[in-house]
Design a protein around this ligand. Structure first.
Ligand code: BDR
Ligand code: CA
Length: 310
């Protein structure tokens, strides 16, 4: 199975991504590292453990990481995810432990204990933990197989400012470190995730699984989609983070192109904008495979089929 570390700030869509990964035997989740993002760290690490228990995988290692971005103050998104970050279903307080040690040490130690190209990193929140690891131990760069992340946007614009997507906006300096690291990056921007909508029919299919996981997922998604439905008038909200895991399972669901991505860290107006050289009008080197389209029916079929296994 493909070895992965998931770095996350759950978040309802992060929760669905964790469940999709934990349900899939093609993936070996070496650990889950929590970061401050949608809500503060104390909640994201707890939420990650709640989801592991919901998945029936209480043996999964969960580590706490950075409590704040590298340079800027933390910005959170309770208006989207609710006060707990996982508003929607009533999930019990987790009994499984948080692992000792810092998430950044876990990332570094795990990569250094493996060979080159063995481990894939899957960031689903601000890139703070990943940047801290790359800064502290630059030798990990050549060990990482690739970084498949949810973040950014270009043709679609931003969702927290007119030009910035939340994960990149919260820690643009960390995103800059990742994109300059030389590690192969696959990016799932809003251009993709805004096409993965949790329509009524798709949520109904998940609820119809008639399992504890199916019911909890339907409640998570119903809470989560309210924000986007009200704001954009769509049927359902975008299911961002599971696109990362779906790419590992079925890359053919996505299409994009390799190009240069540079993050704005200087301008208050466009802070956190991902400047994607889609048309290759500069000679800046390609540093990311940027996805733009998704087979959304195929994606939801995969997700629903995997959730049924839990
Ligand atoms: C991203 O921001 C968070 O609110 C979601 O979990 C997702 O990772 C979308 O912009
Ligand atoms: Ca997230």
């Amino acid at each position: 199975a493909r070895k992965i570390i998931i770095d996350t700030d759950p978040g309802q869509d992060d929760a669905l991504a964790l469940l999709l990964a934990l349900a899939s035997t093609e993936l070996d989740v070496l650990g889950i590292t929590a970061v401050a993002g949608n809500v503060p760290l104390a909640l994201t690490e707890k939420n990650a453990r709640k989801i592991c228990e919901l998945a029936g995988k209480p043996g999964t290692k969960v580590f706490a990481g950075a409590i704040r971005p590298l340079v800027r103050d933390l910005v959170t998104a309770e208006h989207v995810h609710g006060r707990t970050g996982l508003d929607g279903p009533e999930l019990p307080e987790p009994e499984m432990p948080l692992q000792d040690g810092h998430a950044v040490d876990f990332i570094i130690d795990t990569l250094m204990a493996h060979g080159e190209g063995e481990i894939t990193l899957c960031p689903l929140g601000p890139l703070t933990n990943i940047a801290l690891a790359l800064n502290r131990e630059p030798r990990i760069a050549t060990r990482i197989r690739e970084i498949v992340l949810m973040g950014g946007g270009f043709f679609e614009g931003g969702n927290v400012t007119p030009t910035a997507e939340f994960n990149i906006y919260v820690d643009p300096h960390a995103a800059d470190v990742v994109l300059r690291s030389g590690v192969p990056v696959v990016m799932m921007p809003l251009d993709v995730t805004h096409k993965a909508l949790t329509t009524r029919a798709r949520i109904a299919a998940i609820r119809a699984l008639d399992t504890k996981v199916g019911a909890a997922c339907a409640e998570l998604l119903e809470f989560f989609e309210r924000f986007d439905e009200e704001k954009y008038g769509t049927d359902g909200g975008p299911l961002h983070d599971p696109c990362v895991i779906a790419y590992l399972l079925k890359p053919e669901l996505f299409t994009g192109r390799s190009c240069n991505v540079t993050v704005e860290t200087g301008s208050e107006l466009t802070m956190g904008m991902t400047v994607i050289d889609w048309w290759r009008v500069t000679d800046r080197p390609e540093n990311a495979l940027v996805m733009r389209d998704i087979d959304d029916d195929g994606f939801f079929t995969l997700l629903t089929e995997r959730l049924a296994r839990l």
